[in-house]
Design a protein around this ligand. Structure first.
Ligand code: ADP
Ligand code: ADP
Length: 230
């Protein structure tokens, strides 16, 4: 079944040129979509529109069968049931690593002990089982990114949006975390939309790749069906 549907969405910032031009696509339940394109091709505008941080000018966005945005309506981000992973982690500096992850479970109405147990389990899965008591500033960049990933994944089987989460990390770590992201996201049953300008990252992660050029979706399909000119 379809988890996310974009129907001909468009957006311009200055009225001159469309940042996103009539983009339509579908992502099925449990599918991992990567949007690939150079800087300025419209990736983050699409991601922010799905998140509800940005308003679309026209078209429609449906998440799990519910319209969240159209030309005339706009549901706020917190009502869309999604979580996001950014390149700058956006961890809460005044909370321990464990609390950062556990806090994401607050809206699930589980008691604090259960939250702590689930958070601890998820931290262990990203290799940070012994770092729960630390504060984010005491961790390396790669470790902080894993905390952000754990926070997005804990108790979440909805839609997860990834905004170039690995672009600030060194090549080695990028490759290792790439595998973790793919594995953990699939295990959790979540549906993912991941944006990047890195071709090898896109092809390593994706069930489906969408290629953007100047705000238009120029190709979409299984990685083996995508052709990129050199
Ligand atoms: P990225 O390539 O990672 O999307 P950008 O450099 O395009 O990063 O954008 C960084 C920030 O600057 C974003 O928050 C974006 O909204 C904003 N931005 C990008 N282009 C413009 C622009 N032409 N005018 C104003 N803000 C912009
Ligand atoms: P990408 O994520 O692929 O780098 P963006 O969605 O950030 O692309 O940008 C698409 C286009 O919209 C670019 O031309 C960019 O300069 C412009 N843009 C993005 N954010 C803003 C903004 N806040 N204000 C004005 N123009 C923007």
């Amino acid at each position: 079944s379809v988890a996310l549907e974009l129907s001909s969405i468009s957006k311009s910032y200055d009225g001159r040129r469309d940042a996103v031009k009539s983009v339509s696509l579908e992502v099925n339940h449990g599918e991992f979509l990567v949007l690939l394109g150079p800087s300025g091709s419209g990736k983050s505008t699409i991601l922010r529109s799905i998140a509800g941080i940005e308003r679309i000018a026209s078209g429609r966005i449906d998440i799990f069968g519910k319209t969240v945005a159209s030309t005339t309506m706009h549901t706020p981000p917190e009502a869309r049931g999604i979580s996001m992973v950014f390149q700058d982690y956006a961890l809460w500096p005044h909370m321990s690593v464990l609390d950062n992850v556990a806090f994401a479970l607050k809206r699930n109405k589980v008691d604090s002990k259960t939250r702590a147990i689930k958070a601890q389990e998820t931290l262990s899965r990203v290799g940070l089982g012994d770092k729960g008591a630390r504060f984010p500033s005491e961790l390396s960049g790669g470790e902080q990114q894993r905390v952000a990933l754990a926070r997005a994944l804990v108790g979440h089987s909805g839609l997860i949006l990834f905004d170039e989460p690995l672009s600030n990390l060194d090549a080695d770590l990028r490759e290792r975390l790439r595998i973790e992201i793919a594995t953990l996201t699939r295990e959790s049953g979540a549906t993912a939309v991941y944006i990047t300008h890195d071709q090898s990252e896109a092809f390593a992660l994706a069930d489906k790749v969408g290629v953007l050029s100047r705000g238009e979706l120029v190709q979409i399909g299984a990685p083996e069906d995508i052709y990129l000119s050199p």
